[in-house]
Structure formats: C-alpha cells, structure tokens
Design a protein around this ligand. Structure first.
Ligand SMILES: Cc1ncc(C[n+]2csc(CCOP(=O)(O)OP(=O)(O)O)c2C)c(N)n1
Ligand SMILES: [Mg+2]
Length: 378
C-alpha cells in the first residue's frame, strides 16, 4: 500500500507540454492513437458545447453551463475513470459523462427536457445523470455532491467493493460546508475516493483569489491529512496521469487525495451571465492563448500524428453526428403535462388530480396542452 502511494506521487507531473505544445517530460508509453483520441474527444466536447450555446441563443433550449476551456480536464478525467468507478459532478462535467457512457441522445434530450429525457423534464437543463455509467444526478446546490460521494465511497468500502469514487467540484465549492465535512470524513475513514477541484479561476463573479487565502487549493489537503497535488488542467496528459495515479492509490486502500486542476472558464458562468461586467478582457486573452485544443493540436502536428486538415475532418465528422442527434431531439414530443403529478404516489391521489385538472383546463384554454394530455377521471 505504501509503495502504491509513493508510486502515485512519483507519477504526478504538473505538466507534460509547454503552452506551445512541445513535450517537456517523457510521455506515457501509449500508442499514437491514444494521443489522437485525446484530441478528438476534446474537439467533440467543444463541438457539443458550441452547438448547445447556439441552441440556447436561438431560444431552443433554456440554459447552458459552458464547459468551453475545460476540455482537457474532462477528457483526461474521462479516460482515467474506469467503468466500475464513479463520477460525482457539478455543472461542467457533463462532457466527461458523455465520454464515459452517457449517450449523446440522452444528453441532448435532457437539454430539451423533452419526452426522451430520462429525468422526465423535472430537472433544469444541463443537469445530467446516467445510471449505467455510475454518474449520479447532480444538484445545483454547490458542494452537496462532496459528502454524497464520500458516503458512497465509504459504503463501497464497507461492502468490500473495489470501486473508487471521483468527486468533482469547483474552486467556489471549497467554501461550502460539504467540502469540509466530506474531506474530513473521507480522510478519517480512508474512503476510496479522489477529490478533484476544478479551479477555473471564477465562481460566477468571484475570482479564485477572493475565494481563499490559501496559497493553492491543493494545499488545503494537508489540513485534512491527505496528499494534495496541483496539475495543469489544460494538459490532458497531465490530468490523465495524475488522476489515474490517485485512483489506483485510493483503490489500494491508501485513502483519499485532493487533485487541483488549474484551468479557465472561457465563457460566462452560464448562458444567463455576462462576464464582461466583472472581468478584464486581458485575462480572457491570456487564457485564450493557453486554450487546450490548439495547444494539443500543435503537439500532435509536431509529432507528425495529426495535421490541420485531418483535425478539420474530425471536427466536421463530430458536427455531423451532433447535428443528426439534435434533429431527432428537436422532433421529440414534450413531456406530457400529467407527468407533473405522477411518480410520487403509486396512484395519483384525488387532491392532486383535482389540482392537475384545474391546471389542465387553463393549459387547454391557452393552447398549451399537448395531444395526449387529458384530464384525470374523478
Ligand atoms: C449553496 C449554494 N450557494 C450558492 C449557489 C449559487 N451558485 C451557483 S454556481 C456558483 C459558483 C460555483 O463556482 P465553482 O464552484 O467555482 O464552479 P464553476 O461554476 O466555476 O464550475 C454559485 C455561488 C448555489 N447554487 N448553491
Ligand atoms: Mg470555478
């Protein structure tokens, strides 16, 4: 166990690439296809994100929490978390879920909150979940996934399972009660989990420098009695290697660790936010120069593994896949109105039927009832 922990620490590097994409360390021993997949997957997530933002601006869907800029975090992580392991997330990890098994159809259905949405339209858009790939529904309430993930990791340990729970949250979430109680319990119990703090510089309009007086988020780990590492979150290789090492460390029984991934939120907090009101364009320009996609494209090009034309073909292919699925989801029916009162009781009780029937009469008068919607017999 001790040797696994030491090995994990030795495997973690702050970064593998310069901002220009030149290697500065020995690369992991992987075939070139593995590196090309990292790029292709980052491009895929960016295409998904750009399409969702356009749909929101066109009034087709209601809300997007953009993951633009964090693709290296999401891809490096998704490729490190095995299918037996779990992903507990906040607003921006839907892309990692997508790469781990959440179908694109369900992702987009959830954005439309239509009748194919597995959350049955009862969640705000951009609140995904997928049982099959161990991705629990997440809550808008900041930091609540942290104690939930720790509890699940502790339960797994009690049941003798070998799974590891990765728990993602933002820099802002480190100020929540859930962060402190989750970190403390996990360290005391030696729970099989890895805490991943995605430091994207901002919590809505609060800059990371105003969030904490600590020198880094990673160093908070020391107070709880676990290792903490800070890694370049715009380098998918560094993210992948660090998270893989800490997951295996946790699986060996050595307990939890905290991984801080430093990246940047390129867009506003959400599609409802205007960041020009509170942040300096110079900072955005600086991070635009550190964009993980062109950086990794330069790395692949220098290696002779993927040139600009091949990268463009990948992008066009991804957009075709995404557009085809958008057309399917646009055409899907909305959730039936009566689903509002279903699923809580085995049979809808009389008082809810009456309320629903009143509501249904109004919807009919306003032309908002759908074919198939109908009043309950009383
Ligand atoms: C308990 C709680 N307090 C406040 C909010 C409002 N809120 C929503 S997102 C957010 C900032 C989150 O920032 P961070 O954790 O850094 O994640 P990011 O959005 O940057 O990914 C806040 C304060 C909330 N949803 N829940
Ligand atoms: Mg943040």
């Amino acid at each position: 166990m001790a040797s696994t922990a030491a090995k994990a620490a030795a495997q973690i590097r702050e970064r593998y690439l310069t901002w220009e994409g030149a290697p500065i360390a020995d690369l992991p021993d992987r075939p070139k296809e593995w590196f090309i997949d990292l790029y292709s997957s980052m491009r895929y997530l960016r295409c998904v994100d750009e399409r969702m933002l356009k749909l929101q601006r066109a009034g087709r869907i209601g809300f997007v929490g953009s993951m633009l800029g964090s693709e290296a975090v999401l891809v490096g992580a998704a490729r490190a978390i095995s299918s037996d392991d779990w992903l507990w997330s906040g607003l921006r990890e839907g892309g990692a879920a997508l790469l781990r098994g959440l179908p694109l159809s369900e992702y987009i259905a959830q954005m439309y909150c239509n009748s194919l949405d597995t959350a049955k339209g009862r969640q705000m858009c951009n609140h995904f979940q997928h049982k099959g790939s161990h991705y629990p529904s997440w809550s808008s309430v900041i930091g609540t996934q942290i104690p939930h993930g720790v509890g699940a990791a502790h339960a797994a340990k009690l049941r003798g399972l070998k799974e590891v729970h990765t728990i993602f949250f933002g820099d802002g979430a480190t100020s929540s009660n859930g962060f402190h109680s989750g970190m403390n319990f996990a360290a005391v119990w030696k729970s099989p989990c890895v805490f991943v703090c995605v430091n994207n510089g901002w919590a809505i309009s609060v800059p990371a420098r105003a969030q904490t007086a600590s020198g880094s988020y990673a160093q908070k780990a020391l107070a709880y009695g676990m290792p903490g590492h800070q890694v370049d979150g715009n380098d998918p290789i560094a993210v992948h290697e660090a998270l893989t090492a800490l997951i295996e460390r946790a699986r060996s029984g050595a307990g939890p660790a905290l991984l801080e991934l430093v990246t940047y939120r390129m867009m506003g907090h959400s599609s409802s936010d205007d960041p020009t009101k509170y942040r300096d364009q110079k900072e955005v320009d600086l991070w635009t120069g550190r964009d993980p996609l062109p950086r990794f494209a330069r790395f692949l090009d220098q290696k002779g593994w993927l040139d600009g034309a091949a990268a463009e073909r990948l992008e066009a292919e991804h957009n075709r896949t995404i557009d085809a699925e958008i057309h399917v989801q646009e055409a899907a029916a909305p959730m039936p109105l009566r689903s509002l009162v279903e699923d809580v009781y085995a049979e809808v009780p009389l008082h809810l039927r009456k309320q629903y029937n009143d509501f249904h009469r109004i919807a009919e008068r306003l032309g908002q009832a759908q074919p198939g919607d109908g009043a309950f017999p009383l």
